[in-house]
Design a protein around this ligand. Structure first.
Ligand code: GLC
Length: 711
């Protein structure tokens, strides 16, 4: 990996492992990249006709990013249409896959533009107004190896507790203790597994961080315990902005200790979010991080074990200056006859009050004793909010895992928490976007991620919620969340047939947890992807092009149904595979599918799953929540023409003891003998609860060998 330093870059902490990094001068940069730095930063590359450009983590578009412009500028964007250039994250990695294969990481905390063949169809142009940055060129002979080098350089991804792989239910909002209790009862009455219930902004006293509305939640610690005794954990939201209110401790302490961002005059900057006027903690200042991070203890001390950090791009509804300007404009035109131009001008004045660049340019952080304009380091804000929480958890509770994820992020934040992909909608297009975004997120280290299942805005119908849950059952973060005012969309909120299907689907998720957890942990430890494009494992040209099928871990390929009114879909099989068109995980039906295109029928109650050749899939059992699962007996499915091996990783799921050998590995090997039968052998490192494996081994003629093995 080569590093070119241009000017005096801000240290973003994105890259932390420099073992493989060689510093080179700008003038020695490889000939195929043209770089200039005199009028801002500009890099161009002539793309070959069939080059694929991967990357950019969380953004709109497909896996191949060609044909559009993308901006890395963390944005509170609540309408994710294809014309948008930025979502909540800044993930500045792209990987070119063509005759030349290389990755580029633009290590810069400000706005970076990626014009990937939009202005000129074969020109990739990366630009930044501010030319103080580090550029990394990552070489390798495949996208997979380039990704791995990058992942090794940015450090290990965040590991949540194992219960965070269970199903999670959210809504803006379950506003009081009774509504949460009702929801938990419904999950148990309907026998649908679930591990967490989310608490959105209404749990707070007037949207003040680190407060509880006592009227809605009298005796909060007792309530947290009651809910936990029923098998659920509560996950409260924390917002970036803190209410400006005299007498509110967070306001007063932050002001007194100079921990908030300031305006040009050095006075605390005032913006507005949910509670009206707020101050924004200066998360780039280590003192603020320590102070804010330790405030999470207010909730931890009452039994809370997980959080979601929100509005940390930061989202600003309006600033005092911005809204004054808008009111002035309204006053000026109040009595006028508004024509086409003046009316649209009025509309745009109002809509541009929020998240305005002018506001981002008008406040400052204090870093190493110097004031830095927010706009220049904008993409570091969400990162540092989550780092504040993550650092505090590991200082105060060094051996406990917390659930933590954020809306805004930049590369590096993956070490402290996961992300959810923000305010999507109940649109089929957003199920598709969810599917295509997952491998890109993995490339930049965000393994613990997922979208709002069913869509956040707009209303979901039963078909969409079903298909989305069937895909979501493979995403590490599996959370159904919906916005205020939308149709209710918990798994039991539709008709009884849908409830039955979703129960089976979510039971399947719980049965898959041994596999999902094992693949997740191995991906973290080995700096590999959990979600992979087909091209990571298959070299044929079609596999390079396919965007709507994914590899999940080492053993399975997914071909989700993501279109309305579909009763099936076409699937590309780069090699023969074993199809399990699953309804219930306890009902194993296997069919060998030959390589090439196959049309498969997929009823609304089916989740198609392809087991790769010479690979092994292990299935456990479901329970009401992750901690209640009994996996003493597990099921093995394998498709073998020669031999297959699998390592099932496991650990206690709640501590960091795995770092000191506190984990187990069940190694399974299947070998085809000369007589056509199979030998299944196992060996165990560490201790496992698994006592028996029920196996289903399928040979290439489709013959199934079943039986069980005690271990
Ligand atoms: C933001 C979040 C969303 C949350 C809402 C209210 O829009 O993205 O998930 O429900 O704020 O807190």
């Amino acid at each position: 990996m080569k590093k070119i330093r241009i000017g005096k870059p801000f240290n973003t902490e994105a890259i932390i492992n420099f073992d493989d990094v060689i510093d080179i001068e700008l003038k020695s940069v490889v000939s195929y990249l043209n770089i200039s730095k005199d009028d801002g930063f500009k890099l161009t590359f002539d793309m070959g006709k069939s080059d694929i450009v991967y990357g950019l983590g969380e953004n709109v578009g497909g896996l191949n990013k060609r044909g559009s412009i993308y901006d890395s500028f963390c944005t509170d964007e609540f309408i994710h249409t294809p014309d948008k250039k930025s979502l909540y994250a800044a993930h500045n990695l792209i990987i070119v896959d063509g005759e030349r294969k290389f990755g580029l990481f633009v290590d810069h905390p400000g706005k970076v533009r990626f014009d990937i063949g939009f202005t000129y169809k074969n020109i990739l142009e990366i630009s930044a107004e501010n030319a103080n940055l580090d550029l990394y060129i990552i070489d390798g002979d495949s996208v997979k190896s380039i990704t791995k080098k990058f992942r090794l350089a940015i450090g290990e991804s965040y590991i949540p507790p194992k219960w965070a792989f269970g199903f999670q239910q959210s809504r803006w909002s379950y506003p009081d203790a009774k509504s949460i209790t009702d929801i938990t009862d419904k999950f148990r009455d309907n026998k649908i597994p679930c591990d967490t219930i989310y608490m959105d902004i209404d749990y707070m006293d007037n949207y003040k961080n680190f407060t509880i509305d006592e009227k809605k939640f009298p005796n909060f610690p007792k309530f947290v315990k009651e809910i936990k005794d029923k098998g659920f954990r509560l996950i409260p939201i924390i917002d970036a902005g803190c209410k400006k209110e005299d007498g509110y401790d967070i306001n007063d302490e932050g002001l007194q200790k100079n921990l908030y961002c300031v305006d040009e005059d050095g006075k605390p900057f005032v913006g507005a979010v949910w509670p009206g006027k707020v101050h924004f903690p200066d998360f780039l200042n280590p003192k603020t991080r320590k102070w804010f991070g330790d405030k999470y203890n207010f909730l931890i001390d009452q039994g809370i074990e997980g959080f979601w950090n929100d509005m940390n791009e930061p989202a600003i509804f309006y600033s005092e200056k911005g809204i004054k300007k808008a009111f002035k404009k309204i006053d000026e035109i109040r009595d006028q006859n508004l024509d086409i131009y003046s009316f649209f001008d009025l509309k745009s004045t109002m809509s541009s009050i929020s998240n305005s660049v002018e506001d981002y340019k008008s406040f400052y952080h204090k870093v190493d004793g110097k004031f830095i304009r927010h706009y220049d380091v904008h993409n570091q804000y969400g990162y540092n909010m989550t780092k504040a929480a993550g650092d505090s958890f590991s200082n105060n509770y060094p051996n406990k895992r917390f659930l933590l994820f954020s809306r805004a992020s930049s590369v590096g934040m993956h070490r402290y928490g996961g992300i959810w992909t923000g305010d999507n909608k109940s649109w089929w297009e957003h199920l598709e976007l969810n599917m295509k975004m997952m491998p890109s997120l993995n490339m930049v280290g965000f393994l613990y991620s997922g979208a709002d299942i069913g869509g956040f805005g707009s209303d979901a119908n039963s078909e969409l919620i079903t298909r989305w849950t069937q895909f979501g059952l493979f995403t590490p973060l599996l959370r159904n969340h919906a916005a205020l005012g939308t149709r209710i969309q918990e798994p039991f909120s539709f008709d009884s047939e849908t409830t039955d299907i979703l129960r089976d689907t979510l039971n399947f998720r719980y049965a898959l947890i041994p596999y999902i957890y094992s693949e997740y942990m191995k991906a973290v430890k080995d700096s590999e992807s959990y979600f992979k494009p087909l091209s990571f494992e298959y070299e044929d040209d079609m596999s390079r092009r396919i965007e709507d099928q994914l590899l999940v871990g080492d053993s399975i390929m997914l071909a989700p149904v993501y279109k309305a009114n579909s009763t099936g879909r076409n699937v590309w099989l780069p090699e023969e595979m074993l199809l399990w068109n699953a309804k219930k995980y306890t009902d194993i039906n296997l069919e060998v599918k030959r390589s090439g295109f196959n049309y498969i029928d997929v009823d609304i109650d089916q989740t198609p799953l392809f087991i790769r050749k010479n690979k092994i899939l292990l299935i456990g059992n479901h329970a009401q929540n992750v901690e209640a699962i009994d996996n003493t007996e597990i099921t093995l499915i394998s498709f073998v023409d020669r031999s297959a091996t699998y390592t099932l990783y496991d650990d206690d799921g709640t501590t960091n003891n795995y770092k000191n050998g506190g984990f187990s590995e069940l190694n399974i090997s299947i070998i085809k003998r000369d007589d056509g039968l199979f030998t299944l052998s196992t060996n165990i490192k560490g201790t496992t609860n698994i006592k028996k494996i029920n196996y289903n081994i399928v040979n290439t003629e489709g013959r199934i060998f079943t039986g069980s093995k005690t271990i």
